[in-house]
Design a protein. Structure first.
Ligand code: VL7
Length: 134
């Protein structure tokens, strides 16, 4: 059975989100608000087609892509930097490389037990998030 990330997920832990946001150049006031949020993710997966909607009371971000097909990402409402993004499978992990102004930018999703894990990378910073099913 292939892995299925579909579902509604709520943020449970968020390690070094501050370092990740600093690496992205997010200003102090925005970081203060962002740190307080408990974002949810709604993921709809149809084979290799993904819809990932990250929502919060402050901002939300919608990403749609197909695994293996490079796309332009605008990061609107996040750091607003455009990049070229490519998501691939590495075994059961979904790995995104975001090529652009920021070095070493990307993320990895995987499932562990019934938890959704997300590692967010930018420059030398790694943020580790764990989500629980809503
Ligand atoms: C998306 C936030 C910090 C700005 C607001 C914080 C709003 C809710 O890219 C992401 O997830 C991938 C994988 O699931 C799909 O797009 C993470 C949150 C990163 C970066 C920037 C702070 C302002 C948080 C949208």
């Amino acid at each position: 059975m292939p892995v299925d990330f579909s579902g509604t997920w709520i943020l449970f832990s968020n390690d070094n989100f501050e370092g990740y946001m600093v690496a992205l150049g997010i200003d102090f006031a925005t970081r203060k608000i962002a740190k307080m949020l408990k974002p949810q993710k709604v993921i709809k997966q149809d084979g290799d087609s993904f819809y990932i909607h990250t929502t919060s009371t402050f901002r939300d971000y919608l990403l749609q892509f197909k695994v293996g097909e490079e796309f332009e990402e605008d990061n609107k409402g996040l750091d607003n930097r455009k990049c070229k993004s490519l998501v691939t499978w590495e075994n059961d992990r979904l790995v995104c490389i975001q090529t652009g102004e920021k070095k070493n930018r990307g993320w990895t999703h995987w499932l562990e037990g019934d938890d959704l894990h997300l590692e967010l990378r930018c420059e030398n910073q790694v943020c580790k998030q764990v989500f629980k099913r809503a």
